[in-house]
Ligand binder design. Structure first.
Ligand code: ATP
Ligand code: MG
Length: 547
């Protein structure tokens, strides 16, 4: 008879009879994986772990070493800055100290079973310490005094669901990003509700137009994406995540979703029209920005990036084209088509984003984490200050070599190409130092490991009050020129002249059967408080490569 296997039984132990014979009959293996355990000297030892509906097992190869019944588990401590965690046990049992990239799944499964068995919420503690050694109660300490525990104090306790579902970001982690944005209202609309005015942008598979919503006369941006291209490029999950981020993000500096609809051929994301255009357009006309303006923009970008990281999302496409300027002169991050659910410690090995902004670990396919966003942040700051990216080369392979091993130079003059036309840069040492620290080739030592808090402390940001900035209380240093008679005055001619007519779509996609994969884009009526950012299931798909 075939045994039922859990999707998280990564070692396939449900089918291993020698292991199963050591587990009580009514126990079901729900998780198994390789894991690293630290012993009392903090040496890392490779072990296997099994989680059943009743207990946690530690195995050396396939030999069972210890069973921790869920009833004796008194809490779990996690590090916010590493993958480490500690299982705290009551009575004579000493603690276990582990590290695993699948920590979140482990805790979710333990917490769920714990609640069923103990009828209480599992106690979860979160610490900023990267290494948790001092929170591990050792065997001899337990033997001396049964009640002794190194479990952290109650004030370090966090809500399990907040950890799993990323809600902390809205409360304690990232206070700078609390926003007053209204929640997405699921108003039914269709193509005929909009008047298409002009194309304002175009990307990998999307075309963005300025549109007018006929019912309220307001202007919006409509991003249309062809379903045949979404499927052929394997971007379904990316676009679904893009929609969910726009719909859910409660951050002042992240674009929001106003409407959504789909036809047999296309997906439509409708967002408020942000009239100041994107930073690429502004940079092209001004060559480079003054340092104060760069500070103002980059602080907002950092808040937005951290907000996404707190939700377990790596943004992966930071570049001037994706940063819009609103009428107050504040930024809005757009384009989440390359984003991925990737918790700080998890890695993805696909190429993502645009080559100029890609980190060394992306280029070398070493597996990247959300740290790559801080690299792109460094490239972007350089580009805003100098007018071009630091490793730019027409030859892509040469550019990749420079990204991997080239050093950064800080020129004194901007060379306009014409003779005698040189403009002096005025870039401070603090700015250069910030760039050097963000463009650290090794993600393990790059600035940003500790998140926004670490970045805020850099001298470059002295004088910026992030709390005020997050509430848009600081007066912007530049306000875009908004022409009420021509709303597209801040957008590129290159797009404005494009034909607004929609191109024909492959016939096969019109077929209902093919189209079913897009059913999960719809928001069900009853999903009032929708939970769309599934904490466990990672969206892993082939990302796009923009070359
Ligand atoms: N809400 C908006 N208001 C104003 N302009 C917008 C808005 N959304 C997008 N744009 C413009 O359209 C351009 C393209 O949008 P976006 O980056 O979302 O799509 P894309 O690059 O085509 O996407 P993808 O990279 O996923 O193919 C942006 O660079 C920006 O200039
Ligand atoms: Mg874009």
């Amino acid at each position: 008879m075939d045994e039922k296997t859990s999707e998280y039984d990564f070692l396939n132990l449900s089918k291993n009879y020698s292991v199963k014979s050591n587990i009580t009959r009514d126990e079901e293996i729900q998780f198994s994986d390789k894991i690293y355990k630290y012993n009392k000297y903090s040496w890392k030892q490779e072990r296997n772990i099994i989680i059943t509906n009743k207990a946690i097992y530690n195995l050396k190869k396939l030999t069972l070493k210890r069973r921790i019944d869920l009833k004796i588990l008194i809490g779990i401590t996690i590090s916010k800055n590493s993958e480490e965690f500690v299982l705290h046990c009551s009575q004579i049992d000493y603690d276990y100290h582990y590290t695993s990239p699948r920590r979140k799944i482990i805790i979710e499964i333990i917490a769920k079973n714990y609640e069923i068995i103990v009828q209480e919420e599992l106690k979860l503690y979160e610490l900023t310490d990267k290494y948790l050694n001092e929170y591990v109660t050792l065997k001899d300490e337990k033997e001396k005094q049964i009640s002794y525990t190194r479990m952290p104090k109650n004030e370090k306790r966090i809500n399990v669901k907040d950890y799993l579902f990323g809600n902390q970001s809205k409360t304690d982690i990232n206070k700078n990003s609390i926003s007053s944005k209204p929640k997405f209202k699921n108003i039914k609309v269709n193509y005929n509700d909009f008047e298409i005015i002009k194309i304002i942008g175009r990307g990998f598979i999307g075309k963005v137009s300025l549109v007018k919503y006929k019912k309220d006369g307001k202007y919006y941006a409509m991003k249309m994406m062809r379903k045949d291209q979404i499927i052929s490029q394997n971007l379904h999950d990316n676009i679904l995540l893009e929609k969910n981020i726009l719909m859910e993000a409660q951050c002042e500096f992240i674009l929001s979703l106003s409407f959504f609809f789909q036809t047999n051929e296309r997906i439509y994301l409708i967002t408020p029209f942000i009239p100041g255009g994107d930073l690429y357009h502004k940079l092209k006309s001004e060559l480079f920005f003054k340092e104060d303006l760069v500070r103002f923009y980059s602080a907002q970008i950092a808040i937005a990036i951290q907000y996404l990281h707190d939700l377990g999302i790596a943004y992966r496409d930071l570049k001037p084209e994706n940063i819009l300027l609103d009428e107050d002169g504040y930024i809005k991050l757009c384009d989440f088509g390359a984003s991925i659910k990737l918790h700080v410690t998890e890695k993805d090995s696909n190429f993502a984003g645009s080559p100029e902004y890609a980190s060394p670990e992306i280029i070398t396919y070493q597996g990247h984490t959300s740290m790559s966003d801080w690299w792109s942040f460094g490239i972007l700051i350089y580009e805003m200050l100098y007018g071009y990216t630091p490793f730019y080369n027409m030859d892509k392979d040469r550019m990749f070599d420079l990204i991997i091993s080239g050093s950064i130079s800080f020129p004194k003059y901007f060379d306009k190409g014409d003779e005698n036309e040189e403009i002096e840069y005025k870039v401070s040492e603090e700015a250069k130092n910030l760039i050097i620290k963000l463009l650290e080739k090794d993600p393990g030592t790059r600035l940003g490991k500790e998140g926004l808090e670490e970045i805020k402390k850099h001298q470059f940001f002295y004088g910026i009050n992030f709390d005020d900035l997050g509430k848009k209380k600081i007066k912007a240093l530049f306000k875009p020129d908004i022409n009420k008679n021509d709303l597209t005055n801040n957008f590129d001619e290159e797009y404005l002249n494009l034909d607004i007519k929609e191109s024909p779509v492959e016939n096969w996609i019109k077929d209902e059967e093919y189209n079913q994969v897009f059913n999960n884009f719809e928001i069900k009526e009853e999903d009032d408080d929708f939970e769309v950012l599934d904490p466990v299931e990672m969206v892993m798909s082939t990302p796009k490569e923009k070359i």
